[in-house]
Design a protein. Structure first.
Length: 190
């Protein structure tokens, strides 16, 4: 093997200059900190902006059981898991995640809270929050099959972390992105 290649158990070589998965997760956590701490006084910039300003992190709305500082920890942990493989039924970083497994794991580890395992059950957790009051750590729900069928964790700046599909990885997407906007179904504050 060449000096510039590294490997990890069960995987092929990682290209030159790419950090190992643990380092990438740490760097994504730092990126998350910058996203969550970003602030702007500009008004929304058009029809594709989230209410509450460009950050889409208006706060406000009803109180949940999870205090705001723990909700930020939830967001940081979720961001650190970006690029973890998707696996149906998965609920740990080692086994991979499906969308609800990711949410259950993150809330348990970051906030010490046990959440139900299915998206339909998550859609009833906590309190409804209007999109205009979404904050980091809130659950964002989507309808991809005529019912609540997908969920993620809002991390600020109009974005959420989720485990989207077989063969993919945990990733960061925009709530109002072309695919997700018409499927958006609501926000729940835990």
């Amino acid at each position: 093997m060449k000096d510039f290649e590294r490997t990890r158990p069960g995987a092929g070589p990682i290209g030159p200059g790419l950090p190992d998965p643990a380092t990438r997760r740490a760097l994504l956590g730092l990126l998350g900190a910058s996203i969550l701490s970003a602030c702007s006084s500009l008004p929304p910039s058009g029809p594709d902006s989230l209410p509450g300003g460009p950050s889409g992190d208006a706060g406000g709305g009803p109180q949940g059981r999870v205090p705001e500082d723990l909700a930020r920890e939830v967001s940081f942990l979720a961001l650190s898991l970006v690029d973890t493989p998707y696996r149906f039924g998965g609920n740990t970083p080692d086994s991979g995640f499906d969308c609800s497994g990711l949410i259950v794991y993150v809330y348990r580890e970051a906030a010490g809270l046990a959440l139900p395992r299915t998206v339909a059950q998550l859609a009833r957790v906590g309190v409804h929050v209007p999109l205009s009051a979404v904050r980091s750590g809130d659950l964002v729900l989507f309808d991809t099959r005529g019912r609540y069928s997908h969920a993620g964790i809002y991390v600020g700046d109009g974005r959420f972390v989720h485990a989207p599909s077989t063969g993919g990885t945990v990733r960061l997407d925009g709530v109002l992105a072309r695919y997700w906007r018409p499927r958006f179904s609501g926000v729940r504050r835990v």
